[in-house]
Every structure is written in C-alpha cells, then in structure tokens.
Design a protein around this ligand. Structure first.
Ligand SMILES: [Ca+2]
Length: 80
C-alpha cells in the first residue's frame, strides 16, 4: 500500500516532511501496531508553526482507513 502525504499551509513558511522509506508491515499485525512517526517542521513562529496531522483517504474522507494518526504527534498506528 502506498501512502501519499499532502502538506497544506495557511501562512508564510511551508511545513517540511522528510522523505519516508518503505515501511514493512505484516498484514497480520495486531490492532495498535506502531507504523512510524511523521516528523514535520515549520519555520513559522508561534501558532503559525503548529502542525496538525489528519488522515484522509483518496476521495476526501477518512472512513475505511486502516491507519490512525495522532493529530499532535504524527504517530501512526494500525486500527484494524
Ligand atoms: Ca507555516
């Protein structure tokens, strides 16, 4: 499965996310298995540098996804 990361920005400096390597994940992994943590930085100051992580499936909704991302930390884990 390929995961696409879109980065949106509301102000001056665009958030930066390093390129991720392929992450092997066993299809039989139990619910809650940690996958990775996204580490995004934003050169803006104060609240303009705040990052929010949101999981969205292609087509614009989040139903049916097999991952959950922590909106504050960027930690991704399996939910099925
Ligand atoms: Ca910014």
């Amino acid at each position: 499965m390929q995961v696409v990361i879109n980065i949106a920005d509301d102000n001056d400096q665009t958030p930066v996310c390093p390129v991720l390597e392929e992450i092997p994940l066993d299809i039989s992994s139990p619910v809650g298995t940690p996958v990775t943590q996204l580490t995004v930085s934003d050169a803006d100051i104060g609240v303009n540098a705040d990052i929010e992580f949101v999981s969205v499936l292609e087509g614009g909704n989040s139903e049916g996804t097999i991952f959950e991302i922590n909106p504050l930390t960027g930690n991704i884990r399996t939910i099925v």
